[in-house]
Design a protein around this ligand. Structure first.
Ligand SMILES: Cc1cc2nc3c(=O)[nH]c(=O)nc-3n(C[C@H](O)[C@H](O)[C@H](O)COP(=O)(O)OP(=O)(O)OC[C@H]3O[C@@H](n4cnc5c(N)ncnc54)[C@H](O)[C@@H]3O)c2cc1C
Length: 603
């Protein structure tokens, strides 16, 4: 029976048949020693860990017993079930799948680590956020700290002995970090005394590890206001002695944890730094370059949040599919058979194919971003390297925002497929929908991502990076035009790309004259870009699936490839096709939401 949690076949199709990683990545540059068989072993063992060990810890309520993170007597306790999982995860080397062997990593391409991670995340996002943030914080240390600090911190973080976080948000500074109030005062020995409160800190405190390392944004006394005056500090929960052993408590006090809509197993903490004047921080990178440094972690986390969107969508879809095959209701309209599995009803099939086509498109979109990172490492010249670096820049806000926005659409449809049972805790799709919602909010809300794309990213390198991304599928379009079964879809994708490029030019003109039109349109435009890119990726998958059908060795393989082609047609003909119309609407001078007086919203 097909898994309700992971889709290994689809992942392998994407890696080997779509991206053709065996020829285009493995065996090259830093991946010289890797081959497709080894990658498949990683994917298979990740699938086993995901399904056999992580998925059983998913429900945040088992037989009436909550498995939330708990705050008691000033301490935070992760759910009991996470302790064994943390050990399995860290000992299995999953924290460092794509990291340098110099630090104990396995050196796989990042697309392999991301593929494994996509399966883990679909089984329990709340748990995965503990190692995810630890990894992100460790990578900052690897890039911006002295060898001395690296030697002490990295082995302990990569092995899971210590954890990590990211501390940006404050009660008055969420989307707008300009106004953050946390301060850093110089000490004679070169360290800084940190003082301030950070809120909403994921994995901010817990008992899975013996120490927690916080990268903290703060302003050095005397530095200018705004983001230009922000620096970043490494602040351990316990001070660390030169031999790596733990010293005194570093005055990082947990004020409490949030009670949230979802991801209950992850402790979202308020952290008070230096209330007793004894919190020491170490500068990371250069003074006043805190935002630049933190962006390295934020970009990794934004791509990771996009993957969370994909993963929860995938597992929700697989659950809905399995339920639809078992739940008996109504009559088959064509055969007259009574009391049939609901998968036989056209409207349920529509919901299922919509979920499948969205989640499979999102998966390629997200993995393409990791593919672009890997391609930078094997690029043969600087121009090629720059092209792929530009792709990652463009894709990061799109992946974060589109994958979480559309992921939520899939979660909604999965609940709908279950009917009333989907709304009840008995089935995990209810929790998946609640868990998914945070992905549209944290790591910069989707609204902020849309403005980043429109106001900053699209104009980078005089718009050439955006152009390269949007025209990246030209060869696939040309190939598909030569195939009878796909030529109509190729035309739809081509028309959508042209509409996006024209709208990007029109919006660039409007930003100087009538900025409200593009600003109001920013979120919808980003989604149109996503609808178009996923159209391209579906076309690409359909091309490979067409070859697959011809060589399929079994009925199930034939069904797999046929399913990919139908999925592509459904997405392109139902979603990508709307892009030109939507773009025309978005360019209209419709600014009522700006004109309406504040009191006009409700008196
Ligand atoms: C469960 C959870 C975990 C989190 N984990 C972390 C963490 O580990 N580390 C960390 O530092 N933070 C974390 N956060 C904080 C998170 O990143 C912020 O909540 C988020 O950035 C938004 O900030 P805010 O909540 O203050 O909302 P606000 O900034 O008040 O935004 C409210 C609304 O206004 C919109 N808005 C705000 N400014 C603008 C603007 N200029 N233009 C247009 N629209 C705007 C936003 O898009 C949003 O819709 C977490 C939050 C939660 C809920």
């Amino acid at each position: 029976m097909a898994s309700q949690w992971v889709d290994v076949r689809d992942l392998k199709f994407i890696l080997h048949e779509v991206f053709k990683m065996d020829e285009q990545l493995l065996g090259k540059g830093p991946f010289a020693d890797y081959d497709g068989e080894t990658v498949d072993m990683v994917i298979d063992s990740a699938a086993k860990l995901a399904e056999n060990e992580i998925a059983p810890t998913y429900p945040d309520e088992v037989h009436g017993k909550s498995i939330d993170a708990i705050f008691k007597d000033g301490k935070v306790f992760a759910p009991e079930a996470y302790h064994r999982l943390w050990k399995l995860y860290c000992e299995g080397g999953w924290m460092t799948t794509s990291d340098s062997p110099d630090w104990g990593g396995q050196g796989f391409p990042s697309i392999v680590a991301a593929s494994a991670s996509s399966m883990f995340l679909g089984c329990n996002q709340a748990f995965l956020m503990y190692p995810g943030l630890t990894h992100g914080a460790a990578k900052l240390i690897e890039k911006f700290c002295s060898d001395e600090l690296k030697n002490i911190y990295l082995p302990k973080m990569f092995s899971g002995e210590w954890g990590g976080t990211m501390c940006l948000t404050e009660p008055g500074a969420g989307s707008d970090l300009n106004v953050l109030k946390t301060t850093a005062k110089r000490n004679p020995d070169g360290t800084f005394s940190i003082k301030g409160t950070k809120c909403f800190i994921s994995s901010g405190d817990h008992d899975l590890v013996s120490n927690i390392i916080h990268p903290v944004l703060a302003r050095i006394e005397g530095d200018p206001p705004g983001t230009k005056g922000i620096s970043i500090f490494l602040v351990p929960k316990y001070l660390v002695k030169p031999d790596g052993s733990l010293g005194e408590f570093n005055d990082v006090v947990t004020g409490g944890i949030e009670h949230k809509m979802g991801i209950h197993g992850n402790a979202t903490c308020t952290l008070n730094f230096g209330d007793n004047g004894k919190c020491i921080g170490y500068l990371m990178g250069q003074e006043r370059e805190g935002m630049k440094v933190m962006f390295h972690m934020m970009n990794e986390e934004r791509q990771g949040v996009g993957m969370m969107g994909v993963s929860l969508a995938t597992s929700a879809y697989l659950h809905a599919l399995s339920y639809a095959k078992e739940r008996l209701q109504g009559n088959n309209l064509f055969t007259g058979q009574r009391y049939v599995p609901i998968i036989q009803h056209p409207d349920v099939r529509r919901m299922l194919l919509k979920q499948k086509s969205i989640s499979e498109g999102l998966k390629v979109l997200c993995l393409f971003c990791y593919w672009a990172m890997d391609q930078q490492l094997v690029a043969e010249n600087d121009a090629e390297k720059d092209k792929w670096a530009g792709m990652v820049e463009m894709l990061t806000p799109i992946v974060k925002s589109y994958c979480t926005e559309m992921g939520l659409v899939v979660n909604d449809l999965a609940v709908q497929c279950y009917g009333g049972y989907g709304y009840c805790r008995e089935y995990p799709v209810e929790q998946m929908m609640r868990d998914q919602k945070i992905n549209t909010i944290f790591e910069g809300t989707n609204g902020i991502q849309a403005m980043d794309l429109l106001g900053r990213k699209m104009g980078m390198n005089e718009g050439k990076y955006f152009m390269a991304l949007m025209t990246g599928g030209n060869a696939h379009i040309a190939e598909a035009k030569g195939i009878d079964n796909l030529k109509a879809e190729a035309a739809v994708v081509e028309t959508a790309i042209n509409a996006i490029l024209q709208t990007a030019t029109d919006f660039a003109g409007m930003l100087g004259t009538n900025p409200f039109v593009p600003l109001i349109a920013a979120c919808d435009f980003l989604n149109c870009v996503g609808d178009t890119l996923c159209g391209w990726f579906h076309l690409w998958m359909a091309l490979e699936a067409t070859k697959g059908v011809a060589k399929a060795a079994s009925d199930s393989e034939k069904a797999f490839y046929t399913g990919k082609i139908e999925s592509a047609k459904f997405f392109i003909n139902r979603t990508t096709i709307l892009v030109p119309v939507k773009c025309d609407i978005l360019k209209k001078d419709e600014t009522s939401c700006v004109r309406i007086p504040d009191e006009g919203f409700a008196v």
